[in-house]
Design a protein around this ligand. Structure first.
Ligand code: ATP
Length: 598
């Protein structure tokens, strides 16, 4: 049960997590925009069992209250906010009646109506929960309720993804972009722990692909490129999704959205959100590339694109790298960098976003040797994924069938991971033939052939590409590492990261803030900090400090206690087993180093 005093503090979030069936929903001051702080909640007032789920009637309270049940674009997913950006739950919605009350402002009815009708049609595919705990109604100051759209909600258990979103915010891994303005759709910011985690993923990739090999060079090409690059690559003509708009409710859908009944553009077609018939436009091609303008004049000639993949920066630099590095085919070029796609159906946290980072490597080979190189790269990339510590049984290959293959590809395999929302691609390995260099040769008029001195022959190299998303791999690492354990009647949440990926390697704690312990702990902290990222924490009970480090995925905690002062030994507590060792201060650094690099 929440109580008013805990709202706004960490305990509020804790309460949300512990009772994962609970529901709290943040509120907005204006309809659909700007989440207010969590001093107001939309509160379920009646809970009853229905159709294998739980129906909850909700009431909002406080000045200008509007429940923000924010629907992702086109109502495909519903992101229900608990306070400032904590997603509480997803819903199987059965709307019949919603009573909302606001003591000041009148909710903006059309927007709310659209919001609710989007929500209405959202089908949550997870298992329903058996029971839910009604929340304490802690702000009783209701004015006359405004009945605007009536609803009942079937509440589903908080999903693993929701828990991760919540934990990410609580511990500083990932925040929603521009959150104080209500957030920007499918764009995320990495906080202090997230930036370290993602950097560790990228560093491992860079090490495996560039530093540890003699036949791959690194590159960091610019995001903005000559617009002709995207004509040559086929992105201007072909990087499109067919979309339809509803003229009535103004929502936009992919033309293949299974919820559309009838044929878009025809009178029988029915909008999946507002239910209107004949209001859906004919499918129109929508290019996924973001456009901007170069220079002061915003006209057609000034259009440049934000790159939708990093690969093209490698192709157009192929000759520069070849000539300056004195590499010979077969060789590769690797880069990590931002890419942008105006995705129509983004979602699942950082799985599919509009701004993301790719880790791509293009390997240039002699035609005829491409199949064997492709097989090698496929195996090497799977090994790399396994070495991240990902559960082997949750990784598999998916071979692209003829209908999935890109027009330029001879063969393609995805490395897939089994996410809570199903098997999904985390990396692609593609045999791109000589398509890319051939096209750039044609469009630029520059010869991009390779002269093989030994064989005295010229050819356009074939390319084997390995393309992974840094954000998607980071998400995979987090999903795979997340676990909950019952410890002494409480739930312990742990991110069991591979030590090499953990953002913090060790927490350093004085047991109490007296008797020389803080001074000694500070000394230990500064000593270790020269070697690894460590975190000093002297606040709260030691058990809570351990729990915070468990949630941050920190493999070790070092506690300085009375014995340390007496005999210069510390307690080292292991994240996974919770076992504790007594280690001499003079051995501590070597002890941790050995275990972090094992
Ligand atoms: P998907 O079908 O999942 O959108 P894709 O086949 O379009 O992916 P590629 O173009 O092959 O993906 O991109 C290579 C990698 O880049 C993907 O395996 C994924 O890890 C990452 N990636 C692609 N699009 C996104 C995105 N919108 N957000 C985050 N990562 C992405």
């Amino acid at each position: 049960m929440l109580d008013h005093d805990t709202v706004g503090g960490e305990s509020f979030y804790d309460a949300l997590n512990v009772g994962s069936q609970r529901l709290a929903v943040g509120v907005v001051n204006r309809a659909g925009h700007g989440i207010s702080d969590i001093d107001r909640v939309v509160t379920p007032i009646a809970v009853s069992e229905n159709q294998g789920g739980t129906e909850i009637e909700m009431v909002g309270s406080g000045p200008g209250t509007v429940a923000q049940l924010k629907t992702a674009a086109h109502g495909v997913e519903t992101d229900v906010r608990a306070g400032s950006g904590v997603a509480a739950a997803r819903f199987l919605v059965h709307i019949t009646k919603l009573s909302m009350s606001g003591s000041h402002a009148t909710p903006d009815l059309p927007i709310i109506n659209t919001m609710w009708s989007n929500l209405w049609r959202t089908v949550w595919k997870g298992p329903p929960i058996a029971a839910a705990t009604p929340l304490h109604l802690f702000s009783p100051a209701f004015a006359a309720p405004v009945d605007f759209l009536a609803t009942r909600i079937l509440m589903a258990d908080t999903t693993l993804m929701d828990k991760l979103v919540s934990l990410s915010k609580r511990r500083g891994f990932i925040f929603q972009s521009s959150e104080i303005y209500g957030g920007l759709g499918s764009v995320w910011d990495y906080g202090p722990l997230g930036v370290e985690l993602k950097k560790n993923v990228k560093d491992r990739w860079w090490h495996a692909m560039v530093r540890a090999r003699d036949d791959i060079e690194g590159l960091d090409a610019a995001i903005l490129m000559h617009p002709k690059v995207w004509e040559a690559s086929g992105h201007v003509a072909g990087f499109t999704d067919p979309l339809v708009d509803c003229r009535h409710c103004k929502n936009r859908f992919r033309a293949d959205d299974p919820r559309i009944k009838g044929t878009a553009g025809q009178p029988d077609a029915q909008c999946p959100v507002c239910g209107s018939k004949g209001t859906l436009t004919e499918p129109r091609l929508f290019n996924l590339m973001f456009k901007t303008f170069m220079g002061p004049v915003e006209n057609q000639a000034a259009i440049v694109y934000l790159r939708p993949e990093t690969a093209q920066g490698i192709y157009v630099n192929y000759l520069n790298v070849l000539n300056s590095s004195r590499q010979k085919v077969p060789f590769g070029i690797a880069q990590i960098g931002k890419a942008f796609r105006n995705e129509i159906t983004p979602g699942n946290f950082i799985f599919r976003t509009r701004e993301f980072e790719q880790m791509e490597m293009q390997f240039f080979v002699k035609p005829g040797t491409d199949v064997e190189w492709f097989d090698r790269w496929r195996a090497w990339r799977m090994e790399w994924c396994q070495e991240l510590g990902l559960t082997a049984a949750k990784l598999r290959f998916h071979q692209h069938g003829p209908d999935e293959l890109a027009h330029y590809a001879k063969a393609a395999f995805d490395i897939q991971y089994e996410f809570p929302f199903g098997w999904q691609e985390i990396e692609g390995v593609h045999n791109r033939t000589d398509f890319d260099l051939g096209r750039h040769q044609q469009y630029s008029g520059k010869r991009l052939e390779y002269f093989d001195q030994a064989a005295n022959e010229r050819y356009i190299p074939y390319i084997v590409e390995t393309s992974a998303g840094a954000d998607r791999v980071t998400l995979t690492v987090m999903v795979d590492a997340y676990r909950e354990e019952a410890v002494e009647g409480e739930t312990r949440v742990v991110l069991g990261f591979h030590p090499a990926l953990a953002p913090i390697k060790a927490g350093v704690f004085p047991l109490v803030k007296k008797d020389g312990m803080p001074e000694l702990a500070t000394e230990v902290y500064h000593g270790l900090k020269r070697r690894f990222p460590v975190f000093y924490d002297d606040s709260g009970a030691i058990g809570r400090r351990y729990r915070r480090m468990d949630e941050a995925g920190t493999p070790f905690c070092v506690t300085i206690d009375g014995e340390t002062v007496a005999n210069r030994t510390v307690t080292v507590r292991h994240r996974d087993s919770m076992a504790q060792d007594r280690v001499g201060l003079d051995q501590l650094e070597a002890y941790l180093h050995e275990r972090l690099t094992a």
